[in-house]
Design a protein around this ligand. Structure first.
Ligand code: AMP
Length: 423
């Protein structure tokens, strides 16, 4: 299969794809679309950025008729991902006469109800809001034909299993179910066994090569300097064209944002404590002009920002899978990218864990941190001065101490873990 034209798609759908610049299907689309068109349930394991949204939306749109009311439901883990999938669905249905609606928490439910009442063929949403609207009888899944669980591993990781099972339990048995996931932890496998009808499996890339091959993976050790100094040294030396900087905590993200702005960097910040409007504003600032987006893990999952050159882990992820998800932000669709992780000298063993799990090699880079030696643990932006109960002006140090205290014992052990079999 080389072109969408050879897939016998409806003319208006083909025209929309053409408008989007989609001529040839990506690998996941080539393998998945024909199976879905044949009516099969599918479990698709594919890397982030592989074109998976099209892999489920194209066959769904192909099979839906205008009169199919609330007939396809896509469940996504975060509002941003839901909005992103909805945007793709809107563009793909533009010439087809089909309509789509997006529903998510943190935004006016009345507007969403109004949109649903206008009549919709495809609903995209996050689990909590979908359930809420089902309880209000605004969403009725009794004639559902297609159910998609997008980024299923992340949804289960975020604790949505009960919500998802409640939603599935109110859908008809005779429907087609599609599960997309970058990784296949036990919970995802169990869910698929419980609800799917002899699903076909599609795997893009093998398990050991979860991460995109074109990424250059590196790490820098803060050593005697602070992690903030290390970050500033990296930005000065490498001047990345567009980066997402991951912080472990929301407060850490806010502080980094202030630090970067103070040093003249064009930055935006996104995390769960910001209002929906603020999050959207940050994303659009980052998409248009800001070079840096500081984000917590959950806020940035699954986002499709195409031209990210660097993923910077200001805090090393505790789980190698999280590293892979984050790095999926850069090097989308085959472009090259950089992933850089900042660690303290106690965290070197975590680097080796990631290398082993993701089957990659990470290069140690040396940076000139000296010019930033004054920026660090005792860095205090005026915004954070005098806000500690004990009156000390050490916002950043307290931030770090708090995040260390909150790490679970399992992780603390992992930090102390000595690798034995390493050559
Ligand atoms: P996804 O993995 O669905 O988030 O897609 C990643 C990126 O690939 C998005 O920017 C899509 O617009 C783009 N994309 C998906 N499918 C195709 C295709 N067949 N041709 C060109 N670009 C595509």
């Amino acid at each position: 299969m080389t072109e969408f034209k050879e897939m016998n798609l409806k003319r208006d759908l083909l025209a929309s794809l053409e408008n989007m610049g989609f001529r040839e299907p990506t690998e996941v689309q080539t393998k998945t679309i024909p199976m879905i068109l044949k009516g099969k349930d599918v479990i698709v394991r594919s890397k982030t950025g592989s074109g998976k949204t099209g892999a489920f939306l194209i066959p769904i749109i192909q099979n839906l008729q205008r009169g199919d009311h609330q007939s396809a439901l896509v469940i996504a883990p975060t509002r941003e991902l839901a909005m992103q999938v909805h945007k793709v669905a809107e563009t793909m249905t533009a010439k087809t006469g089909l309509s789509t609606t997006v529903v998510y928490g943190g935004a006016s439910i009345e507007n969403q109800i109004r949109n649903l009442r206008k009549g919709t063929n495809v609903i995209v949403g996050t689990p909590g809001r979908i359930l809420d609207l089902m309880e209000r009888r605004e969403i009725d899944l009794k004639s559902l034909k297609f159910l998609v669980l997008d980024e299923a591993d992340i949804m289960l990781d975020m604790g949505f299993i009960e919500d998802i099972e409640r939603i599935i339990s109110r859908t008809p048995k005779e429907k087609q179910m599609m599960l997309f996931s970058a990784t296949m932890p036990d919970m995802v496998v169990k869910l698929s066994k419980k609800y799917m009808r002899t699903p076909s499996r599609v795997t893009i890339g093998n398990e050991e090569e979860l991460t995109v091959e074109t990424v250059f993976h590196s790490y820098a050790v803060a050593g005697n300097y602070s992690k903030v100094a290390t970050l500033l040294a990296y930005l000065t030396e490498f001047n990345p064209t567009k980066s997402i900087i991951f912080s472990h905590t929301k407060r850490g993200a806010d502080i980094l944002y202030e630090v970067l702005r103070e040093h003249g960097y064009d930055a935006a910040v996104i995390h769960g404590d910001l209002s929906q409007a603020q999050r959207e504003k940050s994303l659009s600032t980052f998409r248009s002009d800001a070079k840096y987006l500081i984000a917590t893990n959950v806020a940035a999952r699954g986002l499709d920002i195409t031209d990210v050159s660097d993923v910077i882990n200001f805090d090393i992820p505790e789980d190698p899978y999280v590293y892979v998800h984050r790095v999926g932000r850069s090097a989308r669709m085959g472009a090259s990218g950089n992933a850089m992780t900042i660690i303290t000298d106690k965290e070197v063993s975590l680097i080796h864990e990631i290398e082993d799990s993701a089957n990659i090699r990470m290069s140690l880079i040396e940076l000139n941190k000296e010019p930033f030696k004054h920026v660090g643990f005792n860095y205090t932006h005026r915004k954070y001065q005098n806000q500690n109960r004990d009156g000390r002006n050490d916002g950043f140090r307290n931030q770090r101490r708090r995040s260390n205290n909150s790490s679970r014992p399992r992780n603390r052990n992992r930090y102390q873990f000595e690798r034995r079999n390493r050559s």
